[in-house]
Each structure stands twice: as structure tokens, then as C-alpha cells.
Design a protein around this ligand. Structure first.
Ligand code: DC
Length: 233
């Protein structure tokens, strides 16, 4: 069973998806982390990108990506990311990589490379909770449950602000609002796989809801579906 959850930054996707996957005994697939990993690889070894920040030759970029030493695996019900011998995790969460991930995510070669990985990983799990921008519309159109989580900008900025403050990062709420607004625009206006709700998605505004309330609603929907799937013919 595949649950595909999309939505803008700060809507609560990651926290909700982690808990939901855990409750259902599913694997949590954070597709955003994969875009962040490509952005990190390009920044760490700029020669790799072949000018990805400007006007890349998609075919050349595709060849570069095919040879890149970036690997993804599902371990302990979570996505693990490796660059050579190194495990990537916290370094993917900086504000710089966040914005760079949005920039490189508009490149078709990058999307093609990562979507292939996402489908391969999903085929390994017993059940998957995938989160991102296009998981319900493009990556897993066959998903049994499609969700679009959103929240108003002030709520989303406040959540990100708390996350950055907990990490000791000095960034104001106004700066975060601006960055989120820019990223939402870029992610939803790009030509390839723009962020948008799938036609059949369950839309949920999490602004006034606690994490528990959101998880409860989604878990209830998932359980109903699981019962239908498991009911003997
Ligand atoms: O979910 P996130 O903030 O970690 O995602 C970082 C960026 O990656 C996001 O701004 C756009 C891109 N992304 C994407 O284009 N498609 C996805 N399925 C997931 C993320």
C-alpha cells in the first residue's frame, strides 16, 4: 500500500509522515531529502553539476547523475542516504541546501533520476508513506491514499522558525517567511512536476490542528483502506 502526501514547506509533512508510518508499520520515504542530497552533492563537488545552476544540458546532466556515487537505501523503516562512504543527514537541513534543493528540483534529469530511485525503493517496502511535492501526482499515481497537507504561511513560518531555533540557527521569522514564499512559488510554478494537489487528494489544512490530530485523521483513512484491501473476496 502506498500513501502519498504532498504539500508546501512547513505544512507538517515530515513529522506527520514519520509518526503515521510508524503507527502503520510502514516505511517512511522522505523524497525531499533526496533532492537535498543531489543539491548537496552538486555544491560539494561543483564540477559534478556541469553548470546545473545555469542552463544545464539535460542529457549531460543525466549522464553525470548516472555516474554519481549517491545511493539510497531503506534501513530500519527509514530512508538512508550515502555519498561514497559518507552518510548524509543533518548537513542536508541547512537553509542553503534547502533553497538549492528547490533550484535543482526543476531540472528534468534530476527528477528522472530521483523518481526512478523512489519507485525502486517503494517496491521494496511492505507499505510506504511517501512525502514530497509530486508523490501523488507523478511518482505514485497508483497510491491508495493521496493527501495534500497545507497550512497558512504564518503557521508554516512559525514551525520552521522553531525548528531552526532548536538547531541554534540565527534566522528571523520574516526571513523564513520570505524564503518559504519564494520556494512555494518556485516549486509550484516550475514546468516539470509542479507542486499541486492530485485530483483525488484528501486536502487537509493543518493550521489549527495538532500533530496528533493530523496523524489520527490520516491513520483513520489508511485503516479504512487497509480493511478494504484485506477483506476476503
Ligand atoms: O520537502 P523538502 O523541503 O525537504 O524539499 C526540498 C525541495 O526539494 C523542495 O523545495 C522541492 C524539492 N522537492 C521536489 O521537487 N519534489 C519532491 N517530491 C520533494 C521535494
Amino acid at each position: 500500500m502506498i500513501i502519498a502526501i504532498d504539500g508546501p514547506a512547513g505544512a507538517g509533512k515530515s513529522t506527520v509522515c514519520k509518526i503515521l508510518a510508524n503507527r502503520l508499520g510502514f516505511v517512511y520515504l522522505d523524497t525531499g531529502a533526496m533532492y537535498r542530497a543531489v543539491a548537496w552533492a552538486f555544491q560539494t563537488a561543483p564540477g559534478l553539476a556541469g553548470g546545473a545552476q545555469t542552463a544545464p544540458d539535460d542529457e549531460r546532466l543525466g549522464q553525470t547523475l548516472a555516474g554519481i556515487d549517491l545511493r539510497f537505501a531503506l534501513e530500519d523503516d527509514m530512508l538512508r542516504i550515502f555519498y561514497g562512504q559518507r552518510t548524509l543527514s543533518e548537513e542536508l537541513r541547512s537553509p542553503e541546501i534547502t533553497q538549492a534543493a528547490s533550484r535543482i528540483s526543476r531540472l528534468p534529469a534530476v527528477r528522472e533520476f530521483l523518481v526512478a530511485w523512489q519507485r525502486k525503493l517503494a517496491a521494496e517496502g511492505p507499505g510506504i508513506v511517501a512525502e514530497g511535492r509530486d508523490t501523488a501526482t507523478v511518482v505514485f499515481p497508483q497510491a491508495e491514499l493521496k493527501v495534500y497537507l497545507t497550512a497558512d504561511l504564518a503557521t508554516r513560518a512559525a514551525r520552521r522558525c522553531a525548528e531552526y531555533a532548536a538547531k541554534g540557527l540565527d534566522i528571523t521569522r520574516e526571513q523564513i517567511e520570505l524564503l518559504i514564499r519564494e520556494r512555494d512559488e518556485a516549486d509550484s510554478r516550475r514546468d516539470h512536476s509542479p507542486m499541486r494537489p492530485a485530483k483525488t487528494a484528501f486536502l487537509l489544512d493543518t493550521s489549527g490542528l495538532s500533530i496528533e490530530q493530523v496523524v489520527d485523521r490520516l491513520a483513520e483513512k489508511a485503516q479504512q483502506l487497509l480493511q478494504t484491501v484485506r477483506r476476503p473476496m
